[in-house]
Design a protein around this ligand. Structure first.
Ligand SMILES: [Zn+2]
Length: 192
């Protein structure tokens, strides 16, 4: 009887360790609109641009090229060009990473729970290609209270075009008129 109880507990132990292994496994990757092989990503990106978005690495604090970027524009995914953040929601967090209180469009990002540091954090990814961008925390400023803590290496900043002046517009209209074919032009010959 004692032996039987022991064998049951061994079975229980084995079963629970299998369960732990299963929990520790990465969930199956989500289907993304943009997918490339590892070799293709390596070819397209610099070693750091590959390590951060494709291998969920984190650039050292204060080293990213956009930490103190004050220009107006849009931050796109370095991998696939999806618009991820706008300078309009950027703020100085003092963390050493570019920080935003909201994404450019909620539908353009995806999140997952990450236990890499031994506690739960919310990982932020590009929804189009699955690129790891950084994490989101609940200690951000109003109006959302969120802090999207991003890696510069996962982003490509595209500066806003200055608004066209009236003179630019007139020149553009003139150019467009020139390109329009004249009504007097003979019709194209049709084969009989
Ligand atoms: Zn992407």
């Amino acid at each position: 009887m004692k032996l039987r109880a022991l064998s049951f507990s061994v079975v229980g132990l084995v079963a629970s360790s299998f369960a732990l292994v299963a929990i520790g496994q990465e969930p199956p990757a989500k289907a993304r609109k943009v997918t490339k092989t590892d070799a293709e990503w390596r070819k397209q990106l610099t070693p750091q641009q590959y390590a951060v978005p494709r291998q969920a690495d984190t650039e050292p604090a204060g080293t990213g090229k956009y930490v103190h970027n004050k220009a107006k524009g849009i931050y796109e995914c370095i991998c696939c060009g999806t618009s991820l953040f706008s300078s309009r929601t950027e703020f100085e967090s003092g963390t050493g990473w570019p920080s935003f209180y909201a994404p450019y469009n909620q539908a353009n990002i995806d999140t997952a729970t990450d236990y890499k540091l031994g506690y739960a954090r919310t990982e932020v990814m590009c929804n189009t290609c699955g690129a790891h961008l950084g994490h989101v925390f609940n200690d951000g400023p109003a109006p959302t209270g969120l802090r999207f803590c991003m890696n510069s290496a996962a982003l490509n900043f595209v500066k806003d075009e200055p608004a066209p002046t009236a003179k630019d517009k007139a020149a553009k209209d003139k150019a467009a008129k020139k390109e329009t074919p004249s009504k007097d032009a003979p019709p194209a010959a049709t084969p009989k």
